[in-house]
Design a protein around this ligand. Structure first.
Ligand code: ADQ
Length: 476
């Protein structure tokens, strides 16, 4: 009997259905070989250790976070240290010893739980920055399965890592995996730069790294969406998503309310557009931004800033029958969101840093090919690496973004079609089902926990001075 796939993530879906990004992404891989998904239950509760919350079509095992875990591991080290660090906001890093201690303690406790469940022929796939040390902790417990890791957010710059309590641990933690997956080629280059700078690491030209007695492979796997599913949700079934309040034309923005998404600059750019470019035209900016991590101070601040900015811009430009910025501070049903994308003339993605940005891909998938809207996309979103025919903008340059809004709203049909076709190809090439299978196939091809002497044929070819060739040469 083949081994099972064990997925480990910070959160586990608790509903019966598998709707939504990662759940959909991993569903097939999990269902195929009788998989297990392990993650933290969103609610507090009395259980110690793993407990089953569902077994169809795969087993879901949850664990509880204690109040200390929630404050210090989740809000603390994960979201007040690693998140800002990886999103180039070292100024927001909040370093407290209890954050790091609890991060290590939670990962050790979770490793105990996984070690009880895992069998040698299983493959384990760990997700995201909350769980960087899991493979290292599992190896210390004698777990020899293949373990893959995927980082959903940007890989930090080498220099920025010095703010961490023990920066050298990132390389040691990652080296305990067999495969490290990152969103983009630029992330891969930064990760390899970290290994090259580490005297314990010996990088090979194919993107694998010998680190003490282990071999780890690093490559990019740009994440995508379930293209057909989103396209079908967007299809016009006669529903009017705005009800009777349909604006004449609108630009859409959809984001978790996070400082990495560049929302204040987006609002300012829309204000600049109205001031200098609109010339009597009355488009609306529809911004859907549900709250996120509101107890963290930096998130409270940005919430206030956006309320103040939208109030100021609306106060200046609104008319009796026109509200320039419609700012919706809550979640919207995905079906309705898809229809809104389809009706929008343009989409604004203005991230200051972003692992990929799935909203950009959802907007492109939702368009009518014969009359598509225009994607305005930050150069700093991972999605920009392959969606080069979007209107790429510098999100720090408000004037450039205002001009891009103007260009998008005036773009000739032929140009819109050409740009959309190119972006759509990129979206289809990274469909989520391909993403899952490509990662799992690459993990399957990893040699596993052989000793280094058994790999003596794997000669060091040359130091990886040029990382541009790394991505394509691995995993073949
Ligand atoms: P996020 O930072 O959450 O994800 P993103 O990639 O845009 O960012 O994904 C957000 C998802 O939530 C999208 O599917 C979007 O439609 C949905 N969503 C956002 N706002 C919503 C709303 N108001 N109502 C309903 N749905 C909403 C992290 C990383 C990203 C990376 C993804 C996946 O930060 O860079 O692309 O993981 O790896």
């Amino acid at each position: 009997m083949p081994g099972r796939l064990i997925v480990v993530s910070n959160r586990i879906p608790t509903g019966g259905a598998t709707a939504g990004g990662l759940a959909v992404a991993l569903h097939d891989g999990l269902a195929e070989n009788g998989g297990i998904w392990i993650g933290a239950h969103p609610e507090p509760g009395p259980e110690e250790g793993l407990f089953e919350i569902g077994s169809d079509p795969y087993t879901r095992l949850a664990f509880r976070l204690s109040p200390e875990d929630y404050s210090n591991y989740y809000l603390g080290f994960s979201n007040s240290v690693l998140w800002p660090l990886c999103h180039r906001r070292s100024d927001l890093v909040d370093l407290r010893p209890e954050f790091y201690d609890q991060y290590l303690a939670l990962n050790e406790r979770l490793a105990d739980m996984i070690a009880e469940v895992a069998r040698p022929d299983d493959d384990i796939w760990v997700h995201d920055y909350h769980l960087l040390p899991i493979a290292h902790a599992l190896r210390a417990r004698g777990v020899s399965c293949k373990i893959g890791y995927f980082l959903h957010i940007p890989f930090p710059a080498l220099g920025d890592m010095s703010v961490l309590p023990d920066p050298g641990m990132i390389a040691a933690w990652l080296a305990a995996y067999d495969l490290v997956g990152l969103q983009t080629r630029a992330d891969t280059a930064r990760c390899l730069e970290m290994f090259r700078a580490d005297p314990r690491a010996e990088p090979f030209a194919d993107g694998s790294i010998k680190f003490e007695e282990r071999l780890v492979r690093v490559r990019s796997f740009p994440i995508g969406i379930a293209v057909d599913e989103f396209r079908q949700m967007a299809a016009d079934d006669g529903t009017a998503p705005f009800g009777s309040e349909q604006p004449e034309e609108f630009v859409i923005g959809v984001d978790r309310l996070d400082y990495s998404k560049g929302l204040p600059n987006r609002f300012r750019a829309f204000g600049e557009y109205l001031e200098h470019h609109a010339k009597g035209r009355r488009p609306c900016l529809l911004q859907v931004a549900p709250p996120s991590r509101e107890v963290v101070e930096a998130y409270r601040q940005i919430t206030e800033e956006l309320e103040e900015l939208s109030g100021r811009i609306n106060g200046r430009y609104a008319q009796l029958d026109w509200t320039p910025i419609r700012y919706i501070h809550r979640s919207i049903d995905r079906g309705r969101l898809a229809m809104l994308h389809r009706q929008a003339s343009a989409c604004l993605v203005t991230s200051l840093a972003d692992g990929m940005n799935l909203v950009a891909k959802e907007f492109v998938a939702a368009q009518k090919p014969e009359d598509p809207g225009v994607l305005i996309l930050s150069r700093f979103a991972g999605a920009a690496e392959d969606m080069t025919e979007a209107l790429l903008v510098n999100p720090y340059d408000v004037g450039e973004m205002a001009s891009a809004i103007d260009a998008a709203l005036n773009m000739p049909l032929e140009e819109r079609q050409r740009r959309h076709q190119s972006c759509l190809r990129a979206v289809e090439n990274s469909d989520i089902s391909l993403w899952t299978s490509q990662f799992l196939q690459a993990l399957a091809r990893c040699p596993g926990t052989m000793t280094m002497s058994a790999r003596s044929t794997h000669k060091r070819r040359e130091s990886v001075a040029d990382t541009t060739g790394v991505e394509s040469s691995i995993g073949t």
